[in-house]
Design a protein around this ligand. Sequence first.
Ligand SMILES: Nc1ncnc2c1ncn2[C@@H]1O[C@H](COP(=O)(O)OP(=O)(O)OP(=O)(O)O)[C@@H](O)[C@H]1O
Ligand SMILES: [Mg+2]
Length: 307
Amino acid sequence: MSTQDDLFHPVVELPEPVRQARYDRLVGLDDTKLRLRKEAALLAAPDRLRAWAERFHPGMDLPALRLLTDRAPLFVFAGDVGSGKSALAESFGCDLADMLDLPVFLYRLKLATRGNGLVGEMTSLIGEAFTHLRDVADRALSASGPTSVTVFVVDEADALVQSREARQMHHEDRAGVDAFLAGVDSLAGAGLPVLVVLCTNRVGALDPAIMRRSAATFTFTRPDDQQRHAILAAALDGLGVRTDTITKLVELTGPSGNQPGFTSSDLTQRLVPAALITAFPDRAVTDEHLLTLASELAPTPVFTEQP
Ligand SMILES: Nc1ncnc2c1ncn2[C@@H]1O[C@H](COP(=O)(O)OP(=O)(O)OP(=O)(O)O)[C@@H](O)[C@H]1O
Ligand SMILES: [Mg+2]
C-alpha cells in the first residue's frame, strides 16, 4: 500500500498568491477560464446547481440537472507545448476557491507513480491514487455541502491514457488506461467535491473512452499577435522597452512561411530570460538587443503525433 507521499507531490492549499499570480498572467484563455470556472463549480459543488434551479425554476423536478451532475468530473487540457496547460491546471483552483468560498486542495500525481513497468504496478498505483482521493473527498462532504474541493492533476498524461488500440502499447500501459477509467467512473455522479484534470500534448492519441467521459475538453494553441503582444508587454514591463519595439517583437515572433510562431513559453521562458541574462551584469536591456534575440531564436517545433 502506498502512502500519500508516494503517490502525490506535496499537496498545495489554494488560493495561494504565487499560483493566483500565475493564473492572472495567463493570456488568451479568458473563455477557457470562464467555462472551467462554471463546469468545475457545478461538478464539485452540485448543491450550487440545485440552489440555482430552486431560484430560477422553482418547484420543478429537472432531469436536466441529473444529466449535468452525472457526468464524470474530468477535464482534458490538450494542445500545443508551452501553451499554459500545466499552469492553468495548477492554478484555476484559486479562482474556484474564490467562487465557491472554499479551500481547494491541489493533488498532483507523481511521475514515479506511473510505475517502472512491472505488470500490475501501474494499475495498483492509479487505483490507490483514486481511492485516496475518494477518501479525502468523502471527508470533505458535510450535510450542508462540501467544506473543501480536491483538484487532482495528471500532467503529461500521454503515456498513461494513450489509446488502448495504439499498436505498440505495452500491456502495462493498457492496464494504466483501464485503471484510470475505473477511477474516473467511480467518481461519476458521486456528487463528491473532487475534479480530475488530465493534461496532454497528444489529443489525437487519447483513448476514445477517456475523451467520451471528459465533461469538457479544452484545446490550447499558440498565441496570436494580440496575445503575444499582451504576454510581451507584461513580461517586459518596467524595462523601458519602446512601444514600437514591442510591435516589432510581435512580428518577429509570429509565424512566417512554414515556420510556426513562438509558443507562450518561448516568450516567457526563453526570449525574455535570454535578454536579461545577456545584459547581466554590466548592461541594461536594450531594444536592439531584444530584437536581435527574437530574430535569432527559433520557435519550439510543433508537436507532431507519433505514427
Ligand atoms: N497563455 C499563456 N499566457 C501567458 N503565459 C503563458 C501562457 N501559456 C504558457 N505561458 C508561459 O509558459 C510557461 C509554461 O507553460 P505551461 O507549463 O503551462 O505549458 P504546457 O502547456 O503545460 O506545456 P507542455 O505541453 O510542454 O507541458 C508558463 O509558466 C507561462 O510563463
Ligand atoms: Mg505541461
